[in-house]
Structure formats: C-alpha cells, structure tokens
Design a protein around this ligand. Structure first.
Ligand code: NAD
Length: 433
C-alpha cells in the first residue's frame, strides 16, 4: 500500500516509522506534506537516512502530491481543526484516509466529512490507540464475557498532571476553535473507550466545565507576576515549575524553536495567559442507548496522572486503576513503571474480589501503539476479536459526547443527541456492535 502523510510534527513520526521502516516490506511512503518547510525537511531527512528518497510538498501543494504520488491512503496528523480539510480533499481525490483523533472538532466539520464519505464511498480510519492498550483490551474481554452481567453505570475519572496537563495550555490545543477543548481533543479517546466497552453510543449529555487553574490569578498566587508571553524569554522562567525548556531539549528545539521563522508557531506559550479559551476542569453525565449511564471527570492539573474506572453491573463490579505518574515534583514527573502501576479488580456479587493479573505490553501509551500499528500496517495480523479498528462512524460517535458537552456547558441545557444531529442536518449511521 502507498501512503502519504500530511502534518510532519511530533505525532507523525510514529506513522512515518511504521510505514517507512517497521512495515516497509508491505508498504511504501510516497510523500510528505506540511506548511512548515523546516519540519518537512527534518522528516524527509529521517526517511532519506533509511535509503529512501521521499517527495515533499508544501501545504498548498497537497493536491499535487496526490496527483503525482497516487497514494492509496493519506495519513492526517495536522492540528485538529484542520483534519476535515485534508480528510475531505483526500477522499474527493480518490484516497482512503487514516486520521489521528479527534476526527474533527465541531458539527459543521463533521458534516463535511460525512457528506464527502457518502459521496465518495472512501474509508476513514480513526487511529484510536487507547483501545489497543492491553489492560484496556482486557476490560473489554471481561465485559464481553458477561462477568458483571448487564452494565448499568460507569464512573470514570481521568487525571492529567501538571506537566502533561499543562502542555495542552501552551499551543493550539488551548483554543477551543482549534482543538474543540479537552472534552473533544483529549476526552474523545475516553468517550470512544466507553462507547466501545459498552457497545453503545450516547443519547443525552449534560456537562459543566470551567478554567479554574491555568489562568493569570494562579500565576499571581505562585509569585509569577512578572511573566513573558512564552517560557523561552520569560523573566520568571527559572522560578516556574511549568517552564518548558525548548532550548535545552534537543528534539523540541529542532522541531519547534528552530522552525519558528517559517510560521511563527510557538510551542511554549505561557500556560497562565488570559486568552486561553478551553476548560481545565470538566464533568459530564451521559445516558447511553443501552440504558447505561456515565459520570465522567477530567482534571488537567492533578498532582498525579492516570485513570480510575468502575463498571457497575447486574452481577457485580469491575474496577481498573492505572497510575502513570506518581507525582510532579519541581516540574519533573515521577513516572510509574511497569504493570504494578495498574490494578484490575473483578468483584462478582457474593464472591471475594479477584485482583486480576493485568494484561501488559511494551511501547507508548501503555503498550498500545505497537499493537495498533501492527493491526493497521501488517496485512498478516489476524482479524481482531475485540473490534478495535475504528471507522468514521466510531470517530463521529467519539466526538459527539464532547461536542454535546461543550454545548451543554455554553447553554446550561441537557443535549439530546438525536435532536442535536437533526438540527444540524447530520445523518449518522448507528454503529453495529
Ligand atoms: N493518539 C494520540 O495519542 C495522539 C498523541 C499526540 C497527538 N495526536 C494528534 O496528532 C495530531 C498532531 O499533533 P502533534 O502533537 O503532532 O501537533 P504538532 O503541532 O506537533 O504537528 C502538527 C504539524 O502540522 C503542521 N501543519 C499545521 N498547519 C498545517 C496545514 N495547514 N497544512 C499542513 N500542515 C500543517 C505543522 O506545521 C506541524 O508540523 C493532532 O490531531 C493530535 O490530536 C494524537
């Protein structure tokens, strides 16, 4: 299969290596495209180092790239608010698409993707790596076995620490019109997991959210009143636990600081700026088509990082806890190691709780990324019993909870998904589980 990639920033490396390196026997990388010629050149050089010449194209030459290189599939790894543009153009030019999450960030852009998909019949794969984390696949396995009976309710909390969480407040993610806010950008992973675990989709959504921490008042309280617009030139940087050192971190310096002259994209804007438009504290309540309900919390300034989830069922309860980072001390993460940081407990009513051996794997995102890449790029990998592959339908349902939650935060109302879609002229097929 022939692939081209648009967006040669941080995330594209995983796909580039998979196509041009790990799975290069079955696949060929035929083109790279980016608005920033510096990042484009770094990526092209990495492919060339493997003995592979690669054609590069500026953003406005995306169409030329497709005409000249004829990729079967375009991989989209640009910022979230641009996904729809490339997804639609690629499908209209006859290509299939593989896109990073979130598939897109609002209903107008979702409609553009759904219309182009219907017109062209092309496939859109959304690369939900979180489904492939072995410990989360194990939860699916247990739920599929019926061990806790009918799932009636879910309590789900995701904790982002003050290094990783803060990073969403430094660049394009921090503007709702560029990322959809964390309820779309980040939580689409989590809401996708819930859709998949439950084998269902949301019917109604209510939410509250606000920016409680990453704001000027917090900087004042921390004694950081003399602040610059970015860490690189900030007079308080040496006293700030939230500092991102672009100069001192070689990969970040090369990819972002040295690329700034081309597009002015700054990777280290101050996390306490007034112009941030996303929330850092969010709670969502959702009802699903199968009758289950979910309470969900996302906090972006926790003292530790990880997740806790409990599934309540008619026969018992399943609980999973994953500590990824024990804590942040002086701006540094104390990362948890190995599978001992994860616990899964199955408590069938009337029996003692069973503390299960948690399924584990090596690699990024809790061992998820290598498993997903094998499923995406190695044709010899067997069909998946867990239905982890995700189409545009999964992509759409995964963002709907967050888009509806954003509207609920704005209006104070409960959002009924059927009506929400109909009012916006969107027909979305139900996922068949
Ligand atoms: N699944 C995951 O775990 C995961 C992890 C990280 C990022 N992501 C997703 O990957 C995507 C990219 O994130 P990132 O961290 O690499 O961002 P990034 O800012 O590092 O990279 C984005 C790249 O897109 C380029 N770009 C910007 N505008 C463009 C345009 N109009 N045309 C062509 N190229 C353009 C930028 O120059 C940059 O090189 C996002 O959608 C993000 O949500 C997913």
């Amino acid at each position: 299969m022939k692939y081209a990639i648009v967006g040669t920033g941080s995330r594209h490396k995983m796909f580039r290596r998979a196509v041009a390196d790990t799975y290069s026997r079955e696949n060929t990388l035929v083109g790279l495209c980016d608005v920033n010629e510096h990042r484009l050149a770094i990526s092209a050089a990495a492919v060339a180092a493997k003995g592979n010449g690669i054609a590069t194209y500026r953003a406005e030459q995306f169409g030329e790239m497709i005409t000249e290189q004829k990729p079967d599939t375009v991989i989209v790894t640009v910022p979230d608010y641009l996904h729809h543009e490339y997804i639609v153009e690629a499908m209209r030019a006859g290509c299939n698409v593989m896109t990073e999450k979130p598939m897109t960030i609002d209903l107008d852009k979702l409609k553009a993707i759904l219309d182009a998909q219907e017109e062209t019949g092309r496939s859109v794969t959304v690369t939900f790596n979180y489904r492939y984390t072995p410990a989360r696949t194990q939860l699916k396995d247990i739920l599929m076995s019926g061990a806790i009976g009918e799932i009636t309710a879910v309590d789900f909390t995701w904790y982002l620490d003050r290094v990783h969480g803060a990073d969403y407040f430094r660049r394009w993610h921090r503007y709702k019109n560029q990322s959809g806010g964390l309820l779309v950008h980040k939580s689409s992973h989590h809401f996708d997991l819930v859709n998949w675990w439950l084998g269902s989709s949301p019917v109604s959504v209510t939410a509250h959210g606000r920016r409680a921490f990453y704001k000027p008042e917090t900087a004042e309280a921390l004694g950081l009143s003399e602040r610059g617009p970015r860490c690189h030139t900030c007079p308080s940087a040496d006293r700030c636990d939230f500092k991102l050192d672009l100069e001192g971190n070689e990969p970040l310096r090369e990819l972002y600081l040295e690329a700034e002259d081309h597009d002015g994209y700054m990777r280290d804007l101050c996390v306490f700026d007034d112009d941030i438009t996303i929330e850092d504290t969010m709670q969502v309540h959702a009802l699903y088509a199968n009758g289950a309900t979910m309470n969900y919390t996302l906090c972006a300034y926790s003292p530790w990082e990880g997740l806790e989830i409990t599934f309540h069922g008619t026969k018992g309860e399943l609980t999973h806890r994953h500590v990824e980072v024990h804590g942040v001390f002086g701006g540094k993460q104390d990362k948890a190691k190995g599978s001992e940081s994860m616990t899964t407990t199955l408590h069938v009513a009337g029996q003692a709780p069973q503390h299960l051996d948690v399924w584990a794997g090596e690699g990024d995102h809790g061992g998820a990324d290598p498993v997903m890449l094998a499923h995406l790029f190695d044709p010899s990998v067997a069909a998946d019993n867990y239905g982890r592959g995700s189409s545009y339908i999964d992509g759409a349902w995964s963002i709907l909870t967050g888009i509806a939650a954003n509207t609920s935060i704005e209006t104070g109302e409960t959002i009924h998904i059927d009506r929400f879609l109909a009012e916006n002229g969107i027909k979305l097929p139900q996922k068949k589980w």
